[in-house]
Design a protein around this ligand. Structure first.
Ligand SMILES: NC(=O)C1=CN([C@@H]2O[C@H](COP(=O)(O)OP(=O)(O)OC[C@H]3O[C@@H](n4cnc5c(N)ncnc54)[C@H](OP(=O)(O)O)[C@@H]3O)[C@@H](O)[C@H]2O)C=CC1
Ligand SMILES: O=C1O[C@H](COP(=O)(O)O)[C@@H](O)[C@H](O)[C@H]1O
Length: 485
């Protein structure tokens, strides 16, 4: 692996949850792997008054906890030398002088501003950086999700950031795209000739994408209660996965070639408006239950959540993509907190044989491709085979690929990959402005329809697969969710 060029990474919100839990441990790992230039500094910036030593102590504690068995004292000591801290209120221009004093201006030195704060600060930070003379051609800015809460607010942020940074300098994160398993999905589709002839309406009956979590809102109650599952998971992660599954083969892996194809999928999504949105979506909210045998509180009892909240913690929906390839193929998407299992998977159900020559009727969904993204990574291809014996009795069998057994090297966390891509100037796994807009354009009518409908989300018990209406949504088409079939 080649080392990065010299760099400075400034993490706005450097003492926040994301920075301490994900970003700094990811940088530690890359330092340990030798991927970072020896001449590279990491500066945390936030309002809290911390000395450099205090900050290093906080980052150390976070790395011990989140790096786990890969934490080594000798590696930490050299990593800590990269760290610095600036007390800065991002809304106050005068505070940027402290940052300017710490940054080295050198040609060819990459500078990354990672905005790990609420999106309401993004515009101000970019403009204050510009006014302080801190924006250079080698500068890149990373924008965390959620980028706004609707099309207008997302576009206002994008517009304001674009006044300071060119599109090639803007890295909009969707950390799902950094997951090895998600990139494997791209490899599976476009690195094998096998699937392409089958990949469309002639062979595929339906596609199901599930992102189920066992965790609740953890310490992010106020954020989540103001956001909900549709904005938190569907607008970004689920739609990005859908794009990878449904897009046409790009001409290359170049950023714009891939992003152009994803954009076409988003534009081809059939709008869910008014009654269509109500009919084809299910909102849920968890109630007290048990996860893995331990009792957990209901959503309304969580810290920072309004006791009469109508925020959804579960969404299931059916959509279609109006293109020649996908006409008539339902795509079922589902995500939820406090679900029975932690599962991220894509299930592609193939059509039945057109005419069975066997006396036994074919099992529905007999041919199925299951792509497991989380917690285990694997691909299973379900087929029918003859059971041993004198009779022609068919049984379902699975060809099973377990990535952990096939590739034994340490699997990098999504943020490791994305931070390195940003250092190396690779935009393929980041979202372009028009993609984000197209996603919001499709999501907004669903939010409007829900507001108009005025119903509360349907209750579901923590530790289940969501409200019964979710099974009914798929059942209406004559199908069933993967775990029910
Ligand atoms: N946590 C997660 O798992 C994920 C988070 N995200 C996104 O990442 C961003 C950060 O989230 P998270 O770390 O959870 O949030 P936190 O609330 O934990 O952290 C926010 C950070 O911003 C700093 N901050 C707030 N206001 C200012 C200001 N005016 N000037 C300078 N610094 C400020 C805070 O420090 P201080 O108060 O000292 O100023 C703190 O370091 C959000 O946009 C979130 O949606 C996205 C995906 C996952
Ligand atoms: O972006 C988010 O993702 C996490 C789930 O990510 P994962 O990598 O653990 O699958 C989710 O918990 C969080 O609510 C959301 O903001």
């Amino acid at each position: 692996m080649s080392k990065s060029t010299p760099f400075d990474i400034v993490i706005f919100g450097g003492n926040g949850d994301l920075a301490l839990r994900k970003l700094l441990p990811a940088l530690y790992h890359r330092h340990r792997d030798g991927a970072l230039s020896d001449d590279g500094g990491i500066i945390g910036a936030a309002r809290r008054g911390l000395s450099r030593e205090d900050y290093i102590a906080e980052v150390r504690e976070a790395c011990v906890r989140h790096v786990g068995i890969h934490f080594q004292e000798s590696v930490w000591e050299s990593f800590a030398k990269r760290l610095d801290y600036v007390k800065l209120d991002a809304t106050k221009l005068a505070d940027y002088q402290g940052l300017a004093d710490r940054l080295k201006a050198q040609p060819q030195r990459t500078r990354i501003y990672y905005l790990s704060t609420g999106p309401e600060l993004f515009s101000g930070i970019c403009h204050n950086l510009a006014s302080s003379g801190l924006v250079c051609p080698e500068c890149r800015v990373v924008l965390e999700k959620p980028l706004g809460r609707d099309l207008a607010s997302a576009d206002a942020i994008n517009e304001s950031v674009a006044e300071v940074f060119a599109e090639r300098q803007i890295y909009r994160i969707d950390h799902y795209l950094g997951k090895e398993a998600v990139q494997n999905l791209i490899a599976l589709r476009f690195g094998n000739a096998l699937f392409e002839p089958l990949w469309g309406r002639s062979s595929i009956r339906d596609v199901q994408i599930t992102l189920a979590e066992q965790v609740g809102v953890e310490n992010r109650g106020p954020f989540y209660d103001n956001t909900g599952a549709l904005r938190d998971m569907v607008q970004n992660h689920l739609l990005q996965l859908l794009c990878i599954i449904a897009m046409e083969p790009p001409t290359s892996i170049d950023p714009d070639a891939v992003r152009d194809e994803k954009l076409k999928v988003l534009r081809g999504l059939r709008p869910l408006e008014g009654k269509e949105a109500v009919l084809n979506t299910v909102r849920g909210q968890y109630r007290a239950g048990a996860i893995g045998g331990s009792p957990v509180p209901g959503y309304l009892e969580e810290n920072g959540v309004s006791p009469d909240s109508r925020t959804e913690t579960f969404v299931a929906l059916k959509t279609e993509i109006d293109t020649w390839r996908w006409a008539g193929v339902p795509f079922f998407l589902r995500t939820g907190k406090r679900m029975q299992d932690r599962v991220a998977e894509v299930v592609v159900n193939f059509r039945q044989v057109p005419h069975s020559i066997f006396s036994q009727a074919q099992t529905p969904g007999a041919n199925r491709l299951v792509i497991e993204l989380q917690p285990d990574e694997g691909v299973q291809l379900h087929l029918m085979a003859k059971a041993p014996g004198d009779d022609m009795e068919l049984r379902p069998v699975a060809l099973n690929l377990d990535f952990a057994k096939t590739f034994t090297t340490r699997k990098a966390d999504a943020y490791e990959r994305l931070l390195m891509d940003c250092l190396r100037g690779r935009l393929t796994l980041f979202m372009r402005r028009d993609e984000v807009n197209a996603a919001w354009r499709w999501i907004e009518p669903i939010l409007d329809a829900w507001d108009h409908q005025g119903d509360a989300p349907k209750a579901y018990t923590a530790g289940t697969w969501g409200p019964a209406a979710s099974s009914a949504l798929v059942g209406r088409q004559g199908y069933a969710w993967h775990e029910e079939s």
